[in-house]
Design a protein around this ligand. Structure first.
Ligand SMILES: N[C@H](CCC[C@H](N)C(=O)O)C(=O)O
Length: 285
């Protein structure tokens, strides 16, 4: 099977994109295809697969599959890449348009300098804070803010936020000491999270700056996680660490994202989207 693809990334969080305006495939191939293209040795190498597809709910649609073939419901870095691609390939005519995800429809705005889209702003909508909708098990309260959380006899405090996909956020003194590889794989599959969870460790630098590392559900450690950065800013506001309605600079391994939890309740994310390559993938399924 020959599949035309585009490789793009948001701050090093890379995906293989397939444009379903140009070609069509059976639904059954996407999960195994995500695993295949993501493999750095036998595939192309990425954090997963993203489909750009026609939508009757928005100007364009996005579906995201993680490296392990599981389908996510939202992807912040992927949204910025889809927005750049849709505008540059004239799938949309304006710089502001809507993108459908499994989680919700979001508003995108591309920023163009000398006919080149370098940055994209996405209105990610409102965060989901009720425990049952994260989802996370537990009965102590209907939200999860600074709640004691013990795993492998290590006690930390958790704040849980959904951006249409679940995030477990832990604040640490020094980001370099975060137990990312030790606890990331354990927490992501912990049975307190019925749908699994993306795991973020965050260091507060100032009331407008965070350091951030992530173990993603379905992909492991990535260079960046857009929904994770948004969830972390919401968690930092809820814990009184950063300012509401201010752009917070989130330092991820792959670069900086600017996130604001506005007073209208919406979370705004601004950052780069870059194209790596285009090509043909020869898949011996
Ligand atoms: N691993 C995530 C999907 C990718 C999210 C991330 N790459 C982003 O930029 O938001 C999940 O299963 O919910």
């Amino acid at each position: 099977m020959e599949i035309t693809y585009i490789k793009m990334h948001g701050l090093g969080n890379s995906y293989i994109f397939v444009d379903l305006f140009q070609s069509n495939f059976d639904e059954s191939i996407f999960a195994p295809l995500a695993k295949s293209v993501s493999d750095v040795n036998t595939g192309i190498g990425s954090d997963g697969l993203i489909l750009i597809h026609p939508s009757d709910k928005a100007d364009v649609g996005m579906r995201i599959f993680n490296k392990d073939g599981s389908e996510g419901r939202n992807c912040g870095n992927g949204l910025r890449c889809v927005a750049k691609y849709a505008y540059q390939n004239r799938i949309v005519a304006n710089k502001a348009f809507t993108i459908e995800t499994k989680a919700n429809n979001v508003q995108a705005h591309v920023h163009e300098v000398n006919n080149y889209v370098d940055e994209v702003t996405i209105d990610m909508g409102e965060p989901i804070l009720t425990r049952n909708n994260i989802p996370m098990k537990g009965t102590s309260s209907d939200t999860v803010v600074n709640e004691p959380f013990t795993i492998d006899d290590k006690s930390m405090n958790i704040t849980a936020v959904s951006m249409g996909n679940p995030h477990a956020i832990f604040f640490v003194e020094k980001i370099e000491d975060a137990p990312l590889y030790e606890l990331g794989p354990r927490i992501t599959k912990d049975d307190r999270f019925p749908e699994g969870v993306n795991v973020e460790f965050v260091e507060v630098v100032s009331d407008t700056e965070l350091n951030f590392r992530v173990w993603e559900r379905g992909s492991g450690v990535t260079q960046a996680c857009g929904t994770g950065a948004c969830a972390s800013v919401v968690a930092a506001v809820l814990n009184g660490h950063v300012l509401r309605d201010k752009e917070i600079c989130v330092h991820l391994s792959g670069g900086d994202l600017y996130v604001k939890w506005a007073n209208d309740g919406h979370v705004w994310m601004r950052g780069r989207a870059d194209t790596t390559s285009t090509g043909m993938y020869y898949w011996n399924r």
